[in-house]
Design a protein around this ligand. Structure first.
Ligand code: NDP
Length: 447
């Protein structure tokens, strides 16, 4: 066993021992440590100061009870969380997720990843994540409002525009952010930029809604161009039909690609003619406004509906934009067999380790989520700047900033990840994200 493998194994054993029963967190830390342990092998200062060990431990995690009343007068109880992972380079920043699968393990994996992602954007933001096991599906607006108000009644003690600035994530969109911001303002009497993803009328930024999906496609486009290829004519398989998937589909189409699939938790649609502008507008109405099931799209446009995930559909490019661990080793093998040559991750950690290894062994272009979906938090960072300065930037300024930030992220990954003429975007993203946070931690001494 080499010294490197031995150090990695020992490090991961320690993480597992200290965090029992948290498989998603172990997975996220392993993926990063596999790049960082070899990188710091000849950099003793990071080892002596236990930087990686400290980065794998959140600054704090708050867990709280959320009580609310449903429309039938029943009292309901959920669990709320905020994991403040690392604020070495700026206030904690990261989304809030409402989904029945939310656990401390899921939020620790997301907060850990967020620390590296936020560092990659080049903006002054630390990493955090929060949420609840509350399921907004099938709830009335009144129920969602009462839940959000109760959630914020506790959360407001722990956040602030210079402390911790949450945003949306799965199950938390403009409606939920509005309810939570309203309650924060009511409790504190402060109108400040404490949440991002707000409505444009009350401090939100243009293009925040589109930013994650657009950024995922910009990352893909940058990788293709770097490899002397391009988006035009590419066939694209997308999973998800929420915020990230919708705008990834829109931008891919605008850059000349054909989008063949989208999905939700019930299955996927395959539209061989491509999801054009009008069909995408139908999808937005179906999934975001009427909150229906994706099969209705297939019935409306004569497309195919299948249960499961879309990775058996032949495509040139895969954009997983639904949730974590949605591409396993078999899915990756099916994509490769059908000729997939690039993957850009809109969702957080959508590819299991076996899938990542398959992509890397096949030598295809693979952009990990911490780089590929950083456009969303980047524009959230720009929303924070606008709120602090009490100004609103114009759309074309923001579009340019987003495009440039994604190009910088690509170039930074390429700088740290190029070996033997090929770019390992996973190693590049991990190392580039690590160095900035690690150097700030060194400057602070032992804290
Ligand atoms: P949304 O809630 O808007 O959409 C989520 C989509 O994924 C829906 O189509 C949902 O289907 C589907 N989905 C959720 N869970 C599952 C599951 N277990 N199995 C199959 N399908 C599932 O979320 P977002 O688009 O905001 O987020 C998607 C991903 O992108 C997440 O990983 C998130 O962390 C990540 N992300 C989001 C950012 C943002 O700006 N919003 C920023 C960076 C990352 P259904 O409608 O049936 O629930």
């Amino acid at each position: 066993m080499s010294v490197r493998t031995d150090s990695l194994d020992r490090f991961i054993e320690g993480v597992k021992k200290r965090n029992p029963g948290e498989p998603e967190f172990h997975q996220a830390v392993y993926e990063v440590a596999a790049s960082i342990v070899p990188y710091i092998q000849d950099k003793p200062v990071y080892q002596e100061m236990q930087i990686l060990e400290r980065m794998a431990e959140p600054d704090r995690a708050v867990i709280f009870r959320v009580c609310w009343e449903d429309d039938n007068g029943n009292i309901r109880v959920n669990r709320g969380y905020r994991v403040q992972f690392n604020n070495s380079i700026g206030p904690y920043k990261g989304g809030i997720r409402f989904h029945p699968t939310v656990t401390l393990s899921v939020l620790k994996f997301l907060g850990f990843e967020q620390t590296f992602k936020n560092s990659l954007t080049g903006l002054p933001m630390g990493g955090g994540k929060g949420g609840s096991d509350f399921n907004p599906k099938g709830k009335s607006n009144g129920e969602v409002m009462r839940f959000c108000q109760s959630f914020m009644t506790e959360l407001h003690r722990h956040i602030g525009e210079d402390t911790d600035v949450p945003a949306g994530d799965i199950g938390v969109g403009a409606r939920e952010i509005g309810y939570m911001f309203g309650q924060y303002k009511r409790l504190t009497n402060d109108f400040v930029g404490v949440l991002t993803g707000k409505g444009l009328e009350f401090g939100g930024s243009l293009i925040r809604t589109e930013a994650t999906g657009y950024g995922t496609v910009y990352m893909l486009d940058n990788m293709l161009q770097h490899a002397k290829n391009g988006m035009d004519g590419k066939k694209v398989a997308i999973s998800g039909s929420g915020n990230v998937a919708t705008y990834a589909a829109e931008k891919a189409r605008q850059l000349g690609a054909t989008v063949l699939t989208m999905s939700d938790s019930s299955g996927y649609i395959h539209d061989p003619n491509g999801i054009d502008e009008d069909k995408l507008a139908y999808m937005v109405d179906l999934k975001q406004v009427r909150r229906g099931r994706i099969k209705e799209y297939a019935d409306e446009f004569g497309a195919e509906f299948h249960e499961g995930r879309p990775w058996n559909v032949p495509c040139d490019v895969a954009l997983p934009c639904a949730t974590q661990n949605e591409i396993n080793g078999d899915d990756a093998a099916a994509l490769l067999k059908n000729g997939c040559m690039a993957v850009s991750e809109g969702a957080n950690m959508p590819t299991e380790l076996a899938g990542i290894h398959a992509f890397q062994d096949a030598g295809i272009l693979y952009a990990p989520s911490k780089a590929a979906n950083a456009g969303g938090v980047a524009v959230s960072g720009l929303e924070m700047s606008q709120n602090s300065a009490r100004i609103s930037w114009k759309e074309d300024e923001l579009q340019n900033l987003l495009r440039n930030i994604m190009t910088d992220i690509h170039d930074n990954c390429a700088e740290y990840g190029t070996q033997g003429g090929k770019v390992d975007y996973l190693a590049g993203a991990n190392i580039a994200g690590f160095v900035k946070v690690a150097d700030a931690m060194l400057a602070y001494g032992v804290v």
